[in-house]
Write a protein that binds this ligand. Sequence first.
Ligand SMILES: Cc1cc2nc3c(=O)[nH]c(=O)nc-3n(C[C@H](O)[C@H](O)[C@H](O)COP(=O)(O)OP(=O)(O)OC[C@H]3O[C@@H](n4cnc5c(N)ncnc54)[C@H](O)[C@@H]3O)c2cc1C
Length: 391
Amino acid sequence: MTRKADVVVIGGGVIGTAVAYYLSKRGKKVMVTERYDHASGASGSCDQMIILQSKNPGIHLKLALASGEMYQTLARELEYDIEYHNRGGMILIENESELKIMEDFVARQKQIGLQVEILERKDAAKLQRGLAEHLVGSTYSPQDAHVNSIRLNLGFARAATKLGAEILLETEVTGIILKGDQVEGVETTQGPIHAPVVINAAGAWAPQIGRMVGLDIPIKPRRGQIIITEPVPPYVTGDVLSAQYIVAKYNPDLIKNSESRAIQLGVGLALSQTEKGNILIGATREFVGYDVKTTREGIKEILKNATRLVPGLKEINFIRTMGGLRPYTPDGLPLLGPVKGLEGFIMAAGHEGDGIALAPVTGKIIADLVMDGKTFMDVEALNPNRFAPGS
Ligand SMILES: Cc1cc2nc3c(=O)[nH]c(=O)nc-3n(C[C@H](O)[C@H](O)[C@H](O)COP(=O)(O)OP(=O)(O)OC[C@H]3O[C@@H](n4cnc5c(N)ncnc54)[C@H](O)[C@@H]3O)c2cc1C
């Protein structure tokens, strides 16, 4: 059977399904090809934070602010409970040198328009129980929120389907159909799909799709290991990170040169609690190829770090662990938009640890670019061609 669509989206994670939803809303006939199942990539093995204050001041934070705004009405729009809660967030600060870094970070974030402040330890302790005595304080933003990433993935898929999109599960893309430099569709394990626009939303696997058309896409899988506790009564207020998390996220070189095993594993605290009461404790940041296994050492270091910062966690049992692959890019920004020299081939990948937070705005930007050739904000810094030699 020959299938036809206006747009084929490769990858059924939060990014692919968000893109499908916003394009379907604008009247396009969309087919999403997912080689496994809903939320089978990073979108189903991650934390749940829509944390704005971890974003670099600049386009990164602007994207997060726009997405944060969209989240406020998203559940209603999707007609699906995505377990969205706006309960604020904090970044724990352990010493004076971290305090200096965070003061500068916060000052620059405020200039972009984020509501964020520095709290002394005693005020931080009023917001989050169980904090370690040695902390010097924290940041706090009332704009941080969280969402159930699997329900978000399903919510976008359901809403897109209602608007006419088709989500083809167990359908792996094996090649891209080209006529000259024009994309004409994809080859899949379930037969070809013809479409003049193909969107690469394959997350950490986006480079494999790129290779099908001779592209060298600079995305690398960056493993995150995470711990899930037994359900407990409300314990974590909103999202809780550590300043060390910010350092691990933005300074992979610093990690390489450290002798501390926790730092080499990129361990930084990420703490939040699901609607059912399970606490998610993260995470590592490791370059180990496509291996999603959790390791004894990684889990041990995450626990050591978490209980050092929030000793109260020692009283709570953990019940399982999981690992996922963040799609890392060298400058920490996703690759969004058309690829030069390949008519109809569009990138929507590379969101590293921010894909849940940035899914709505990504979907909207890609839909705008496909429909109008422009969007509501300047996205030149996200241009997928920015890493090409000579650019
Ligand atoms: C431990 C951890 C914690 C995180 N915490 C947060 C957080 O708190 N907040 C946040 O914003 N982000 C967080 N992230 C990051 C977030 O999970 C990712 O940025 C996001 O899920 C990426 O979504 P995606 O759709 O691009 O990729 P994925 O969800 O990985 O989806 C890509 C899909 O493409 C499919 N695919 C691959 N190749 C093919 C092919 N050839 N044909 C068809 N389909 C294919 C895969 O099966 C997969 O389902 C975290 C990540 C991890 C690992």
